[in-house]
Design a binder for this molecule. Structure first.
Ligand code: NAD
Ligand code: ZN
Length: 374
């Protein structure tokens, strides 16, 4: 398995610094109840009545009020999908096959409604509808050559930053790796904080902490620059408000949605760090999901992020969130070795976190001791 991440600044190859030229989401609507404008937003993007919109929706909304508000007309289709497992390349390929075999025409667009899982699925399906082969062929950097179909992201839980990022993280046959490309980024995002109302307290904490950890890892990284810092500081300030101050529930939903946006922007031009590198190991071996996995690792990273971990524990305590413990206790030494191998393979994350000499600090023994405590 191979895991890599994108870095904003490429190392000079010709003596001249090469900076990445990133796309951003070109259109965004923000506001409580803004979801009800989705029909109007999609209307001008409908090529004709034979070219449907396909709505990929978290199945937590099946039979719920939100599903009756999805603006379906003509032959549009709603596909409910479980977010119990993180997106897989085979799942993306199957969805693309289903859409292509049911319609004679390419859809007018794909709309993803849900958390990071559904947003990533929508991005990947939009790409694979216009690019041949399997989604696993495109895991990596800038391998997508044709523009995707129009795609819209509607987050219903805040924290991952998947709504702004130029990647879609997929578990493939050989690797867990994103499709990082200019065609991945959404064409439109609908930020309606009211959609996050039904999220459980635990999930709200885990996914929100993904944003908090993005900020800590970006702001304390060696790749930090003014671009990332400006977004990271804002996101961190908003996370602190949400998790430590006394906001009304509505204010809290507004602020966390914007924290996620800024947190995602912050890592575009920098990189995540130790918690993400180690949580990928847990995810690969044990199927631990991104948000909770980051939390399970981060609580043990005091030596790398002392202030960040102190505040994390304060937030965890305030909201009475209990993380599972002892999940690595039954593992064999060869399990540990494979987690450590996966984690240490994420070179840019370690380099961002600890600098060019990271290997002397992040030794296999050090990782073994941290994993052993999880
Ligand atoms: P998720 O999409 O996996 O959802 C978590 C849980 O919350 C699910 O059970 C889901 O059904 C539920 N849920 C979502 N909205 C809800 C609502 N309004 N009410 C009730 N329940 C609701 O969670 P996530 O943490 O947002 O996403 C994790 C995924 O995001 C991972 O697959 C990870 O790889 C990916 N990710 C992607 C990026 C990126 O830049 N593309 C960045 C970080 C993480
Ligand atoms: Zn993350």
């Amino acid at each position: 398995m191979e895991i890599k991440k994108d870095i904003g600044i490429h190392k000079p190859t010709t003596g001249k610094r090469q900076y990445r030229n990133f796309p951003m989401v070109p259109r965004v609507i923000f506001g409580r109840g803004s979801f009800d404008q989705l029909g109007d937003i999609l209307m001008p993007k409908r090529r004709h009545s034979e070219a449907p919109f396909i709505f990929l929706v978290d199945d937590v909304f099946e039979g719920k009020a939100l599903s009756t508000r999805i603006p379906i007309i003509f032959n549009d289709q709603v596909i409910f999908i479980s977010a119990d497992e993180e997106p897989k390349t085979a799942q993306v390929d199957a969805l693309v096959h289903k859409i292509k075999s049911e319609f004679n025409e390419l859809p007018s667009g794909i709309v993803g409604i849900g958390g990071g899982t559904l947003l990533d699925l929508a991005k990947a399906v939009a790409i694979l509808l216009t690019n041949k082969g399997s989604s696993s062929d495109y895991q990596g950097w800038d391998l997508v050559d044709k523009p995707s179909v129009y795609h819209v992201g509607v987050p219903t839980i805040s924290g991952t930053g998947a709504e702004v990022s130029r990647t879609t993280v997929l578990l493939g046959p050989e690797k867990k790796l994103g499709i990082n490309s200019d065609h991945t980024t959404f064409d439109q995002v609908v930020l309606d904080p009211d959609l996050t109302k039904g999220v459980s307290k635990e999930q709200w904490f885990y996914t929100g902490m993904d944003c908090y950890i993005h900020c800590i890892e970006s702001l304390n990284g060696t790749y930090l620059n003014a671009f990332s810092q400006s977004y990271g500081e804002k996101a961190l300030e908003l996370c602190k408000k949400v998790y430590l101050d006394e906001l009304s529930p509505a204010e809290s939903r507004d602020q966390l949605m914007m924290a996620s946006w800024h947190g995602g922007m912050s890592i575009a031009y920098s990189q995540v760090g130790v918690a993400h590198a180690m949580s990928y190991g847990l995810s690969y071996l044990l199927g631990v999901k991104h948000g909770i996995g980051n939390c399970m690792v981060f609580q043990h990273l005091k030596e790398f992020y002392p202030e960040g971990v102190r505040l994390f524990n304060k937030m965890k305590q305030k909201h009475q969130v209990h993380l599972p413990s002892g999940i690595c206790s039954g593992l064999t030494e060869s399990d540990y070795e494979s987690m450590i191998g996966i984690s240490l393979g994420m070179v840019p994350l370690w380099e961002n976190a600890l600098g060019p000499d990271w290997r002397s600090i992040a030794t296999p023994e050090k990782l073994r001791s941290i994993y052993g405590r999880i």
